[in-house]
Design a protein around this ligand. Sequence first.
Ligand code: URA
Length: 264
Amino acid sequence: MEVDIDSVSKGKKTQRIDKILGHLGYGSRSDIKKMVKLGRVTLNDVVVKDSGTQSHPYEDIIAVDGERVVYREFVYLMLNKPAGVISATEDTRDRTVLDLIPDEFRRFSPFPVGRLDKDTEGFLLLTNDGQLAHDLLSPRKHVPKTYEADVLGDVGEREIALFREGVCLDDGYVTLPAKLEIVGHPRQDQDRVLSRIRLTISEGKFHQVKRMFLAAGSKVTYLKRISMGPLSLDDQLALGAFRELTEEELTLLKTYKRASEDGC
Ligand code: URA
């Protein structure tokens, strides 16, 4: 699916072709000059002779070695993070979420907006839009995040009330009010009882969900994030799969950001 997500922020200006290709990770100015010299770059099906040629990155058809180059200033990816990979751009030991993203998108240097623990699954936004990431993560914005979890024991009204009031974590921090919902009935799993819950928090302390349940005397055995701000995990995305945000989702995210700014 080809989604023109950049229409929100498309500029009208032309740019040098070496600048456009440089932004897309095709190399330095001198690398691109060499590519041009070798006749590898075309602009609207005509071989480019000068790497300083002006082009409109969104409207012209630029190709390298016959492959069309799709220009984006920013990328916005929704990933269904599987357990076992870490929310980082690189790591010497573990696979990272970036290892799940093909070169076509990695060339934009996306990074995860916030962190999920290694064993947590679900919604993770990756982007190279630093401002948007900063806004979503700002503690002052209180962007809500909803998680589904399996928790040991029969979770009920006591925990709902505790989390609604704010619970004191192991370091003395008292959490903001959080909404706890119980999904279905507790179930037997071998020799233990598990409750499926949904918890919405509007802050992002380290291991927050797990620590909230520890503070309530219980333990999370499975954790998955299902939404962040106005966006929900696409249930068609298999674990480990990703897709670009749709134009509609991106607009929601950007207007949501503005709405929360207005509220401050
Ligand atoms: N809370 C946690 O405990 N872990 C996560 O990965 C996210 C929220």
